[in-house]
Design a protein around this ligand. Structure first.
Ligand code: PPS
Ligand code: ADP
Length: 200
């Protein structure tokens, strides 16, 4: 792939701050990370519904969905996962600029890749949410039958089985979906956003 040259940033007259004032809430990325089956999609869907009900403008980016389009040329090698997360970080950055509370639900197994997204967005606009759940519980749930396939050797390099997952060290929020109910997880995140002044 070649790199763009001779390009110059063009400022808009409407700023991120203007868009936030129109929407009456801050914009931020809620970056869910965790094993397959930990509950990233389930919790982010329920949270988005709750936030929408509170008058918050949201958008949700989900691993399976984005891999159908924008990232359909990427697989699950460490390099492809890195590129997947790099693109999501960039897209999320645009959405935060647009004034949206953006929910991303990707395994994002590598600490370094998540930290790059954090650097791009900046500390105030990046909230890492660790969806903690033991691999045993995820495998027990196996909502898409993928753990079964991985155990049978039909999927190689499956996160938590024969590919790594690096736990966050200092996530802003941790939810334990093998101990808490879905409602408890959603409430915990809503309370965090209110407490920190992201939403009214
Ligand atoms: N090898 C392997 N490892 C992990 N997951 C796999 C794999 N192959 C396919 N899948 C399916 O792809 C979904 C994960 O995509 P992500 O984009 O979130 O992955 S990553 O962040 O790039 O690691 C993941 O979705 P979730 O279960 O929602 O996490 C799986 O459905
Ligand atoms: N407390 C809980 N929080 C979230 N999901 C739960 C919980 N208990 C059971 N589940 C189930 O676990 C599965 C999680 O799957 P999913 O949300 O697709 O995970 P991921 O997006 O991380 O792969 C769903 O079938 C969901 O109904």
């Amino acid at each position: 792939m070649s790199e763009s040259t001779n390009i110059v940033w063009h400022e808009s007259e409407v700023t991120k701050q203007d868009r936030r004032e129109l929407k009456k809430h801050k914009s931020v990325v809620l970056w869910f990370t965790g094993l397959s089956g930990s509950g990233k999609s389930t919790v982010s869907v329920a949270l988005e519904k709750e936030l929408h009900g509170l008058g918050v403008h949201t958008y949700r980016l989900d691993g399976d969905n984005v891999r159908h389009g924008l990232n359909k040329n990427l697989g699950f090698s460490p390099e492809d996962r890195k590129e997947n997360i790099r693109r999501i970080g960039e897209v999320a950055n645009l959405m935060v600029d647009a004034g949206l509370v953006t929910l991303t639900a990707f395994i994002s197994p590598y600490r370094e890749d998540r930290d790059h997204a954090r650097e791009l967005l900046g500390e105030k606009e990046f909230i890492e949410i660790y969806v903690e759940c033991s691999v045993e519980a995820c495998e027990e749930r196996d909502p898409k039958g993928l753990y079964k396939k991985a155990r049978a050797g039909e999927i190689k390099g499956f996160t938590g089985i024969d590919a790594p997952y690096e736990e966050p060290i200092h996530p802003e929020v941790t939810i334990e979906t093998d101990k808490q109910t879905l409602e408890e997880s959603v409430q915990l995140i809503v309370n965090y956003l209110k407490q920190k002044g992201y939403i009214g």
